[in-house]
Design a binder for this molecule. Structure first.
Ligand SMILES: [Zn+2]
Length: 317
């Protein structure tokens, strides 16, 4: 028996969806800390950024889009490879699924393992999981940056650095100053760092901040609708990532083992961040990756359903 239910298996209460207009062309589909979807409406087509976890769940996003436009949904952008964000893609029947080369490579390398692992971690977030036809394969793969014109609307799809994963992609509307950050930024939700590059993440947040967004759709949490709120989201994410990694590095330097470091890190972070959603789910994965990065693994190791359980038993058992 473990002290806590594994990952998010005890989290079964449905959330309320918000569909917020951020600019003439941008909307945010959010749900109280569940994974968000961004929407860009151009002159002739609609783009969706992150899809929800299943095609059936995507139908609710489409219903909301259809309250504001009847233009075709032609593009899906994957902010990164995580199953809970990408496996609903087929529900939109897009002309193109766009991802960075690094995200594509991660899908090839670990997409299958990640799908199995995430379905067990988040039973509520994979509603109608049987509707998932398999992995989501990008049809348009870019390196560093690609510009897409939706009629007169300029859409910048960019990799500004590693953080949450090595493939992190943001979507930026320079005319409207709206940024879709994926899981590089969370708001009142705990950053998941199990596949992260913690040494790089703060500098990547600086690169996002340098765009000076007027509004920002984070990976989880409410849309940030003023520059002050955007700053709060960036600062909060930076504070968590930095505090967590510093705590783990201190433990490593003192020669402590992973389980002991997990305890001290949990106790150090709980007062400040414990009220953020999925704190108890994320922290064992976060500390495990931080320990790896602080010791001998430059790149995140692949999580499998089996490795998830072993880790949980080691840290929470
Ligand atoms: Zn993610």
């Amino acid at each position: 028996m473990t002290d806590k239910r594994f990952a998010s298996q005890a989290d079964l209460a449905e959330k309320t969806v918000s569909f917020d207009k951020l600019s003439e062309h941008a909307y945010a589909y959010t749900a109280e800390g569940d994974p968000n979807t961004g929407i860009v409406i151009g002159d002739d087509a609609v783009m969706v950024i992150d899809t929800q976890a299943t095609p059936v769940m995507a139908q609710d996003v489409i219903r909301h889009i259809r309250t504001v436009t009847d233009k075709p949904i032609e593009y899906v952008v994957l902010s990164h490879y995580h199953a809970v964000r990408v496996l609903g893609a087929s529900g939109y029947r897009p002309r193109h699924v766009i991802a960075s080369r690094d995200t594509y490579d991660l899908i090839v390398e670990r997409g299958e393992a990640d799908m199995k692992s995430e379905i067990e971690r988040f039973p509520r977030l994979f509603r109608a999981v049987e509707s998932v036809p398999g992995l989501t394969w990008p049809t348009l793969v870019f390196e560093k940056r690609i510009t897409l014109w939706l009629g007169r609307l300029q859409v910048e799809i960019m990799q500004l650095g590693r953080g949450h994963t090595k493939g992190d992609t943001v979507v930026w509307l320079p005319q409207d100053r709206v940024l879709f950050s994926g899981d590089l930024v969370e708001y009142a939700a705990t950053p998941y760092t199990g596949d992260a590059y913690l040494s790089d993440w703060p500098a990547t947040l600086d690169a996002l901040e340098a765009l000076r967004p007027a509004s920002l759709v984070p990976g989880r949490g409410a849309a940030l609708r003023t520059p002050e709120q955007v700053k709060e989201g960036l600062d909060g994410t930076r504070a968590f990532v930095t505090a967590m990694f510093d705590e783990v590095k201190r433990g490593v330097a003192a020669g402590a083992d992973l389980r002991a470091i997990y305890r001290t890190t949990y106790d150090a972070l709980k007062p400040k961040f414990g009220h953020w959603v999925i704190f108890d789910h994320c922290l064992p994965f976060d500390v495990t990756r931080a320990y790896d990065e602080a010791t001998r693994y430059r790149d995140p190791r692949i999580w499998t359903a089996e490795r998830d359980r072993q880790m949980w038993e080691t840290l929470e058992g």
